[in-house]
Design a protein around this ligand. Sequence first.
Ligand code: NAD
Length: 303
Amino acid sequence: MSDLRFDNKVVVITGAGRGLGKAYALFYGSMGAKVLVNDNGCDLDGKNTNPQFADEVVATIKSKGGIAVANYDSVLNGDKIIGHAIKEFGRLDVLINNAGILRDKILAKLTEEDWDIVVKTHLYGTFSVTKAAWPIMRDQGYGRIVNTSSGSGLYGTLGQTNYAAAKAGIVGLTLTLAKEGERRNILCNVLVPVGASRMTETIMPPDVLTGIDPNNLTPILAVLTHESNKEYNGGIYECSGGFFSRVRWQRTEGVSLDLPVKISEVQKNWAKINDFSGKNEYPTGNADLFNKVQENLERLEQQ
Ligand code: NAD
């Protein structure tokens, strides 16, 4: 299998001035894409702005013969970012929502402002840029979107209620868009990365940071966002340091109880409700639960 190229494709990457997004931008730029490098250059906590980082990435792409333009808008202004890409390149094929900040504090110390700015940057930012990109992708019948979540959003992490809530929200948003976009050939997936950046450099030792070079995340982006991907949609992919895997929900076999439900019946069946060693299921939609309800109602009717 050969490397996947993106000639004549227009790729928008948010937060691409530093860290993981920078690696993504340099990758797409080296593979023939026209890249809009978005980054407002803020501090890790979201304060201040600086155009320098997006400029540097664009300069690097251009110095290697690639095509790129810098954009300094906040992801809260998705219209401006997508409008800029369309004005510059005339189309839009791939969107990587990646920009992010941190305000880590335990809940007792977290302020409303800490909550708002983190949820807004990650979740509203992803919504805002995607909302602007969507009609373009829908009308052309083509689009590939990757949104960025985190292990915090899937599992929770101490001191990250704001970040985890936003990152879990991005999962729900993306799984819904995967369903909405399917008929229009817009495929949406979630990346759960770990990579060396200012977000991780203070919490991981140097040898680990070397092992989680963000350049090793670009191959999965290539696979998911290339036009040859016609099938993989609504996936949640954990990737880091050369490890790649897909995550899904798992439901225990559970129990269907008689109505009205008695506390004693829930207590009696508690072990089974919690038992993942039985006949597990892997639900992919609300209908799965409604089917369970239907089955139970039919069972009760026949009693
Ligand atoms: P980073 O801080 O190195 O880069 C993020 C970039 O986003 C910065 O350059 C910043 O200026 C930009 N940005 C922030 N707010 C913005 C806004 N409102 N508008 C435009 N640009 C903005 O962080 P990173 O580690 O490269 O993280 C990239 C993404 O991956 C984030 O969404 C992060 O939550 C996620 N993530 C990272 C890790 C990791 O191990 N680094 C783990 C899980 C998830």
